[in-house]
Ligand binder design. Structure first.
Ligand code: CDP
Length: 235
């Protein structure tokens, strides 16, 4: 059961290569891309705009709506298009994570829509989606107390690892997948899901790994946002 080598040769605490870009969809009010190895997430934000039908409106503050979708040809076996239980669950956990930082008090009766599309999936898509969505919200100028950075950690065989890919998630001797989202400045954990089993000490080690990687993701997100606005200023 000793897990000695990762399929792509990474160290156990090493995430896949990451890339971020802000302002990729002109018609959206905010947009961003976040890539983690072969997993690619694109997020588009529309709003704040008046919410229809009107009975859904909240006169106290604006409403945030997230829709996560994995495109049919994002995976080797074509995924059936349209809503699914998995998509509904991921949309919900994404929305809840973003609600921890977004402040919509200034926008009563309005809605901010966030659409997340996974164009290529190789595990970790909910985390890549959250990373892209929060940058798209910042790009749309939505008030937020911080960004959110997310990464999946876990256990493959007997090793605690960072950023599992699909081969590792499917490891035949067993794997545990723990998507984690963190508010980087405070270190607050706002999403933690656990698929599999893990010992207390190993979970602590995995969370430490998540914290460290989220600090790096935060830097990448901030850099992409700054770059977009520098380009805007130079136009
Ligand atoms: O993507 P994430 O790890 O957040 O969620 P998951 O439900 O644990 O899915 C893990 C991976 O399984 C996805 O990233 C896809 O690569 C793959 N998958 C798939 O091939 N076909 C599906 N219908 C659903 C997921």
């Amino acid at each position: 059961m000793t897990y000695t080598k990762r399929p792509d040769g990474r160290k156990f605490d090493e995430p896949r290569k990451m890339e971020a870009k802000v302002g990729i969809i002109k018609r959206a009010d905010g947009s961003a891309m976040f890539k983690m190895g072969d997993t690619i997430a694109i997020a588009a934000v529309y709003g704040p705009r008046e919410l229809h039908p009107r009975f859904l409106q909240n006169p106290e503050r604006g409403t945030l709506r997230c829709v996560y979708d994995m495109l049919s040809f994002s995976v080797p076996d074509r995924k059936r298009p349209g809503p699914s239980r998995r998509g509904t669950e991921i949309s919900m956990v994404t929305e809840n994570s973003l609600l921890s930082v977004v402040n919509l008090d200034q926008f009563p009766n309005a809605v901010v829509d966030v659409f997340i599309n996974i164009t290529q999936a190789n595990a970790g898509t909910r985390c890549a989606g959250i990373n892209a969505a929060v940058m798209a919200l910042a790009d749309a100028g939505i008030p937020m107390r911080d960004l959110v950075s997310a990464i999946s950690v876990g256990k493959v065989g007997d090793k605690v690892v960072c950023d599992l890919d699909k081969d590792e998630e499917d490891y035949e001797e067993g794997s545990t997948d723990i998507p984690v989202a963190i508010v980087p400045r405070t270190g607050e954990v706002i999403l933690l899901q656990l698929d599999g089993s893990i010992k207390k000490e190993e979970l602590k080690e995995a969370l430490k790994m998540a914290k460290k990687t989220c600090d790096d993701i935060y830097k990448i997100q901030k850099k992409a946002l700054k770059k977009a606005y520098q380009e805007f200023q130079n136009e």
